[in-house]
Design a protein around this ligand. Structure first.
Ligand SMILES: C[S@@+](CC[C@H](N)C(=O)[O-])C[C@H]1O[C@@H](n2cnc3c(N)ncnc32)[C@H](O)[C@@H]1O
Length: 253
């Protein structure tokens, strides 16, 4: 897979196969001409349009993902990966899979040696997610499961559980059963009411080091000599609640 861009804001993720062409509104890119070039190179096509070739990073996966549900975007994904401590070798549970946007980043970071156990109770969502993960060549790192997670998880001793679903408080007890001591639980929810209900259950289930926050990104225009905040921004996505599984000797906190 490579990224082909025609400008700073128009790009595509493309599978490079000999003998094929990639068609754009500025004419075709002959993929045979791309093979063997260094990332960062540019080529000119038969319609005189210039295309740049880039190596994809997890930040670019969004361009390859078909959406069947609401998805988590890069700014929140970055925070989730960092706060949950996702790196190679880690075993992590996520629910629900949705379109697999978060799954793709988790899969890339647990590789090699780790595993993402990705649960959803809707088969049709997971079908789209599976295709997205296959397209990115990350299937080896993901174990997809069709299950209502309010009935529990199959794994034990995972390092992190990430919940992006409407009623995470119904799953906190099961997350506790699946997590190793000190393991991280990350909850992604869009309303204060959901944060409130989640916090109550976290306390009840002996989770500690609790933090709740939102991540806001404000872009700058990049026109030299006229740099200032962009007039449009995504004002809100959702809140993150992060906590660690602990063992307490008394019920007092
Ligand atoms: C907003 S989507 C998740 C999006 C995903 N994080 C992404 O980035 O693409 C929420 C998903 O949770 C699933 N879901 C909701 N409740 C569930 C439950 N009790 N058990 C399993 N999956 C559930 C839904 O079917 C839906 O696919």
């Amino acid at each position: 897979m490579i990224i082909i861009s025609i400008s700073d804001d128009k790009k595509w993720m493309v599978k490079v196969e000999a003998g094929k062409e990639f068609h754009t509104h500025k004419g075709p890119v002959v993929l045979d001409e791309v093979i063997g070039l260094e990332y960062g190179s540019s080529i000119v096509n038969s319609k005189d349009a210039t295309f740049f070739l880039w190596k994809p990073s997890p930040y670019d996966y969004r361009d390859a993902i078909t959406h069947s549900t609401q998805v988590i975007y890069q700014t929140d994904i970055a925070q989730i990966i960092f706060t949950a401590g996702i790196c190679s070798g880690v075993r992590v549970i996520e629910a629900g899979t949705g379109s697999g946007s978060l799954t793709s980043a988790l899969a890339r970071y647990v590789f090699p040696g780790g595993k993402v156990f990705s649960y959803d109770f809707k088969e049709k969502h997971q079908k789209v997610a599976r295709k997205n993960i296959e397209k990115l060549g990350l299937s080896e790192a993901v174990d997809f499961k069709i299950k209502d997670v309010t009935t529990g998880f199959d794994e034990k001793d995972v390092e992190a559980v990430i919940l992006d679903m409407p009623n995470p408080w119904d799953v906190i007890e099961h997350a506790r059963d699946a997590l190793m001591g000190g393991g991280k639980l990350v909850i992604f929810v869009p309303t204060y009411t959901q944060v409130d209900q989640s916090l109550a259950k976290l306390v009840e289930n002996n989770f500690y080091q609790i933090e709740a926050f939102e991540v806001i990104r404000r872009d700058l225009t990049t026109r030299i000599g006229a740099i200032r905040p962009a007039t449009r921004m995504i004002g809100f996505t959702a809140f993150l609640v992060v906590a660690r599984k602990g063992f307490s000797l008394s019920e007092e906190r």
